[in-house]
Design a binder for this molecule. Structure first.
Ligand code: ATP
Length: 461
């Protein structure tokens, strides 16, 4: 089972402290969200898992953390200043502002307002998605020399560091650079909880290859990502691949395959249940060429007179110099978190007929690995022992102590936030130095000696 809709996850998130509406005490700020105590743990677990998998477990990836605000020329030569826009239309009837490429069309091909159903829409006009800011204390808001942007993707920070990383790490092709960081897009129609927001986090790899290897390695990355996403606990039946058509491809891309997740299972039209979790693009040699000082156009003019570097690669095997092709797997932390929570959501009916929510997160993703609960909070010896057990576990895993309710309620709370193990300290524990370990998914209980507890849990995590 997975969540019946995003709304179920919105209310669970707010109720239990995964994600809250941002700026709530001032009425909110359309489609922005803050990650609470459990949400930040889950997001960190996703980022840790990705970094381990992509940087530590492979031999061909280096890490990077580049700036959010870059020289404006980066966005000029990347093409973002002129092309990073969505087609904006206004509905003349209800005044809604919409993204044309996300609207349905009627039989005659007219776009339909998603808000009121009218087809009385304005002609589309490009709306650039980059957030603008100005640099320097004396700059006026309209001073073009002070204009800068918040990055709309982390990728460009990697391309402009290609030579730095190549020279300092002494890498040979194929190799990649991985980065996790915030990106900002002034989306026309943000929404669907954390699926589309104006501020979000990306985990991107730019993988530099010889042109002749690009097709095979592109496919290998695609297969590797499907396997990693499944290892996060996301089931195959809720994943689908989508090959972008020639019309959909970005200006730099030769082939892009999106991995879609079933974010909208409640929709009766199966086609509309899916949306993008991530994309894997073959960006060709576009990026390293446009940021290099050497390439010339047909008239012999430098295409980039502002760059001071040439980002080509000298291949010692063939004695040739060329601009590497790039494979770019790009995935959002926030969309991954939403897919993980939706997929882990399940319900179970108790003997008394009550419905309990169980978040079946993998142990790696669970924000809290073990909750230590005293069976009697008015018995100081039991409380003291429970606190000691929690403290012993803490260096090896995120553990919590909770005595704020009866045992049934405490179990239910931990099930709902995905804690794989509850550890109960009772009267007998004082005698036999053992505790009861309860498993989230089966509700089975086992007696484990406190000396063995840490090993017992880490083995199963
Ligand atoms: P979409 O078509 O949904 O607007 P995109 O194709 O523009 O997405 P990319 O530019 O390929 O997205 O960005 C790579 C990844 O970054 C996406 O697959 C997604 O996981 C994440 N992402 C992009 N835009 C947003 C956003 N506004 N909010 C949350 N995550 C985003």
């Amino acid at each position: 089972m997975s969540a019946p809709n995003i709304e179920t996850i919105v209310s669970l998130s707010k109720r239990r402290g995964f994600v809250y509406p941002a700026s709530d005490i001032y009425g909110g700020l359309g489609s922005s969200w803050d990650y609470g105590p459990l949400g930040v743990e889950l997001a960190n677990n996703i980022k840790k898992s990705w970094w381990n998998w992509s940087v530590y477990e492979r031999d061909d990836i280096e890490g990077l953390d580049s700036s959010i605000i870059l020289n404006r020329n980066v966005w000029k030569y990347s093409g973002h200043e002129t092309t990073f826009s969505d087609p904006l239309v206004d509905c003349r009837d209800c005044k809604a502002r919409l993204r044309q490429d996300k609207l349905d069309q009627d039989a005659s091909g007219k776009f339909i307002c998603s808000n009121c159903g009218s087809t009385n829409l304005t002609e589309p006009r490009p709306f650039n998605l980059m957030f603008r800011t100005t640099i320097g204390a004396v700059s006026a808001d309209d001073d073009p020399s002070a204009l800068a942007y918040l990055r709309p993707e982390t990728a460009q920070g990697i391309f402009i560091n290609f030579k730095n990383v190549l020279d300092t790490s002494r890498r040979k092709l194929p190799f990649g650079i991985a980065q996790i960081g915030k990106a900002f897009r002034n989306e026309v129609t943000p929404g669907n909880f954390i699926f589309r927001t104006r501020e979000f986090e990306q985990m991107e790899i730019e993988y530099f290859v010889r042109p002749e290897e690009v097709q095979q390695l592109h496919q290998e990355w695609l297969d590797a990502y499907v396997a990693w996403i499944k290892a996060l606990g996301i089931s195959e039946e809720n994943l689908k691949l989508y090959e972008q058509s020639a019309q959909e491809l970005a200006h730099y891309s030769e082939r892009t395959v999106d991995i879609l997740y079933r974010y909208f299972p409640e929709r009766s039209d199966e086609e509309k249940q899916w949306d993008e979790l991530m994309g894997i693009a073959n960006r060709t040699d576009y990026d390293l060429r446009v940021h290099s000082k050497k390439p010339e156009d047909a008239e012999g003019k430098r295409i980039n007179p502002d760059s001071t570097e040439d980002l080509s690669y000298f291949d010692p095997q063939t004695n040739e110099r060329f601009y590497p092709y790039i494979i770019e797997p790009s995935i959002g932390v926030n969309r991954t978190l939403l897919a993980i929570m939706m997929d882990a959501y399940s319900e179970r009916t108790t003997d008394k007929g009550e419905t309990r929510v169980i978040l079946k997160l993998t142990p790696e993703m669970a924000p809290i690995k073990a909750a230590v609960l005293p069976l009697a909070k008015n018995k100081p010896e039991i409380v003291e022992m429970a606190k000691r057990v929690k403290k012993d576990l803490q260096p090896s895993m995120r553990a919590v102590y909770d005595d704020t309710g009866g045992i049934g309620k405490l179990y239910a709370r931990q099930d709902e936030i995905g804690t794989p193990f509850c550890v109960t300290v009772d009267h007998e524990s004082l005698e036999d130095n053992a505790v009861t370990v309860r498993h989230r998914d089966t509700w089975e209980q086992e007696r484990v000696s406190t000396d063995q507890l840490r090993t017992y849990l880490t083995d199963r995590l």
